[in-house]
Design a protein around this ligand. Structure first.
Ligand SMILES: *Cc1c(COP(=O)(O)O)cnc(C)c1O
Length: 462
């Protein structure tokens, strides 16, 4: 298995090189040269595997034996040893045709832990093997930062700098990132929104001299390894639900911001997992909903919502999907992305749009609808959803036909987003790890939203 860029100008490279490159050197995103397709017999065998065994089986399809089996096994088991549920990502029944896939049992209580705890292990491994300094640079709407920092804090050979939008993450998200005292961690609190942070990161990665001289490495979902690690729980969830219900196929509803998580679902489907529809749930920042319904990809005005981790207009991973839906035509992607830069939009129509609509459903959940959904399921099922997971469930309810089971992804624990939970007069009990955060001192540096200021801080830190 080799990797190539959606824009066609990166030679075919191996797994570790793709991991270390992060963003493609031509500005595109790395994708597998050919998506591995899993046979029905293999799927049948995979049904009985533990989460860790399944992760190993899937990773091996992409990793070409570049890491010796025993080492890889240790990396995978160490990555999930910190999870609080033995199943890693357990599935719970909410009602007959609706299941929740709980992805928040990792150390920072959001789904980002599933890929990032593994990537933290992998960066540490590569730094040691290649005797390299690795400087992780990432942007976060709140959860990626906390998780990535947790994965590499205090690790030798690694420094990590995370940009988050000042005042636009939840209190718990901010505390998880800024109460870490290790000197290899720098938090920049940027005046601006997540899109500004992500744009600066992409500009720094696109400056190949800067990237090389500063040993930059990516943890955002521009890195294909994030996507690969997230395909595992789609398989795992399907097997659990199929065992309980005999379902031959399920649909997934995915709370979406950067299109990373739902793209992992798309990849799982292309690998042979029997997936019906992928339902894309957004909040009021609904550029992706408009894309699915109308074929127009055009950022609107940024809105702060109850689900801040999804307050994103320009979705990095959208380019990966566009590449596949346009028939893996890199020249076409170069043209479209250039057009997006100059005209500010991408429009698709006809058969291509029909294909998108056959694969995806979409629903933009409004603020009140999000709160109503939390209240409803708390009352009826005694289950407290976080506002992101509530968007997924609201979209699942909208699409539910009663014919097919929908698995809705629960992407965070409600304790991370008490700002929204409080509004519906629900008093929740915080897990001890979260209450403890409020007692700890914070470390962060406030910067204005200019690239020069970020670069100045970075250079001083590295
Ligand atoms: C990051 C995040 C999302 C969105 O995931 P994408 O991969 O960016 O689409 C949804 N919910 C929570 C809680 C998140 O942290």
């Amino acid at each position: 298995m080799k990797f190539k860029s959606t824009r066609g100008n990166v030679g075919k490279i191996g797994f570790i090189d793709a991991f270390m490159m992060g963003l493609g050197d031509d500005g595109g995103l790395l994708v597998p040269d050919e998506i591995p397709v899993v046979s029905t017999e293999t799927l049948e065998k995979w049904r009985e595997l533990s989460y860790q065994e399944l992760a190993l089986a899937i990773f091996e399809l992409y990793m070409n034996g570049e890491i010796p089996e025993q080492d890889l096994k240790k990396l995978v088991y160490d990555s999930y040893a910190t999870f609080r549920d033995p199943a890693v990502t357990p599935v719970r029944k909410l009602k007959d045709d609706l299941y929740l896939l709980e992805l928040f049992h990792g150390p920072t209580f959001a789904f980002k832990d599933i890929a990032l705890q593994f990537m933290g292990q992998l960066y540490t491994y590569v730094a040691k093997q290649q005797n390299k300094q690795i400087h992780i640079l990432g942007a976060t709407s709140g959860d990626t930062g906390a998780s990535a920092i947790e994965g590499v804090k205090g690790k030798e050979g690694i420094k990590i700098c995370i940009l988050h939008p000042h005042g636009k993450v939840s209190k718990v998200q901010e505390l998880q990132m800024t109460t870490v005292q290790d000197d290899n961690v720098l938090n920049l609190s940027v005046d601006g929104n997540f899109d500004d942070c992500q744009r600066m990161i992409k500009e720094l990665f696109a400056d190949l001299d800067f990237k090389a001289s500063n040993h930059l490495a990516a943890i955002n979902s521009i890195n294909f390894v994030r996507i690969m690690a997230q395909t595992v729980y789609y398989f795992y969830a399907y097997f659990q639900v199929a065992k309980q219900t005999g379902a031959k196929q399920v649909s997934f509803s995915v709370p979406t911001g950067n299109f990373g998580d739902i793209f992992a679902g798309y990849l799982a489907k292309r690998m042979g997992l029997p997936v019906g529809k992928l339902i894309l749930a957004t909040n009021e920042n609904n550029i992706l909903e408009r894309f699915v319904l109308e074929g127009v990809y055009k950022p609107g005005d940024f809105r702060s919502t109850y689900s801040p981790s999804m307050d994103i207009q320009v979705a990095s991973n959208f380019e990966r999907y566009l590449y596949y839906v346009q028939g893996e035509d890199a020249a076409q992607i170069r043209t479209l992305m250039e057009q997006f830069k100059t005209a500010g939009e991408i429009v698709i129509a006809g058969e291509t749009l029909a294909k998108v609509q056959q694969e995806f459903g979409a629903h933009g959940v409004q603020g009140q609808e999000c709160l109503d959904t939390i209240k409803h399921y708390d009352t009826v099922s005694g289950y407290l959803l976080d506002p992101h997971s509530a968007c997924g469930v609201a979209a699942a309810d909208k699409y539910s036909s009663g014919q097919e089971i929908i698995v809705s992804l629960a992407t965070a624990h409600p304790a991370k987003f008490n700002e929204a939970i409080k509004l519906i007069d629900i008093e929740q009990q915080f897990p001890e790890q979260i209450s403890a955060l409020f007692e700890k001192p914070q470390r962060q540096t406030r910067v204005d939203g200019s690239l020069q200021s970020v670069v100045r801080e970075l250079v001083a830190f590295y």
